[in-house]
Design a protein around this ligand. Structure first.
Ligand code: ADP
Length: 240
């Protein structure tokens, strides 16, 4: 039983002459604990697919099922609860709040959920320890490297033990050794039973996933296991 499924998902932006068909009949099943990498040239629909799968956006037609539940049948409140309780997001742009320490940033989802500071902070510190950043708990974002900031953002996503982690170019702003470290962190999450859906340009990093899903013009055109995939999208191919 897949934890996450897309059934004939289409997504259109705009209408009339400016209409863009970003996703076209996308079918996808992701198993619990599976780590998938989504690749493909710029504009092929990768981020749109991630947002639709992650309940940030809704498909124009088709269904997205999480835990066999059709997200389209839920109220906005129920969907936002799923986003807060079952899903974690990591983006290329590291969005830590500059006036909060690393631990306070990581604790934020719990604080928003109404948990007291003294209960939230120890859990945030434990999450920071999980990503090798216990020593940075009281540091502010500007006192941390880009790689450390992204690890803190991942700690924040991990805090609620989400069933599915969506990562959109999580290593896009990082050098290769920090990028490698982030991927290994995601790999460890998948090995521990969490499901990872990651968009990346980097074929070397994508190889640490279990499966590489290749998109082109809004469709999935390949979905081979990572060790058999011939996907080779690189930033140099972007914009061609
Ligand atoms: P990728 O992540 O592969 O670069 P996107 O999912 O961002 O691709 O975009 C897919 C297509 O949808 C592109 O043609 C893009 O210009 C278009 N698109 C994305 N977001 C919007 C939006 N909010 N409004 C209109 N068009 C959009």
């Amino acid at each position: 039983m897949p934890i996450l499924s897309a059934r004939k998902v289409c997504k259109q932006y705009g209408a009339g002459p400016v209409q863009v068909q970003a996703l076209l009949d996308v079918d996808l099943d992701v198993a619990t604990g599976e780590f998938i990498a989504i690749m493909g040239p710029s504009g092929c629909g990768k981020s749109t697919l991630l947002q639709v799968l992650g309940a940030i956006d809704t498909p124009t037609t088709g269904q997205v099922l999480l835990d066999s539940q059709d997200l389209g049948g839920l109220s906005d409140t129920a969907r936002s609860l799923i986003r807060r309780r079952r899903i974690g997001f990591v983006f290329q742009k590291i969005n830590l709040l500059p006036t909060l320490s690393a631990a306070e940033n990581v604790a934020l989802p719990l604080r928003i959920d109404g948990l007291a500071r003294r209960a939230a902070l120890p859990r945030a510190k434990a999450a920071l320890e999980q990503v090798g950043l216990a020593h940075r708990a009281d540091h502010f974002p500007h006192e941390m490297s880009g790689g450390e900031q992204q690890r803190a953002a991942i700690a924040r996503a991990l805090l609620i033990h989400p069933a599915v982690i969506f990562a959109d170019e999580p290593t896009g702003a990082l050098d290769s050794s920090n990028a490698q470290r982030i991927i290994e962190l995601l790999r460890t999450c998948a090995d521990g039973g969490q499901t990872i859906v990651m968009v990346t340009h980097d074929a070397n990093l994508a190889r640490r996933a279990d499966r590489i899903v290749v998109m082109s013009d809004g469709r999935i055109v390949d979905g081979a296991p990572a060790d058999e995939s011939s996907a080779t999208f690189s930033p140099a191919e972007e914009g061609r």
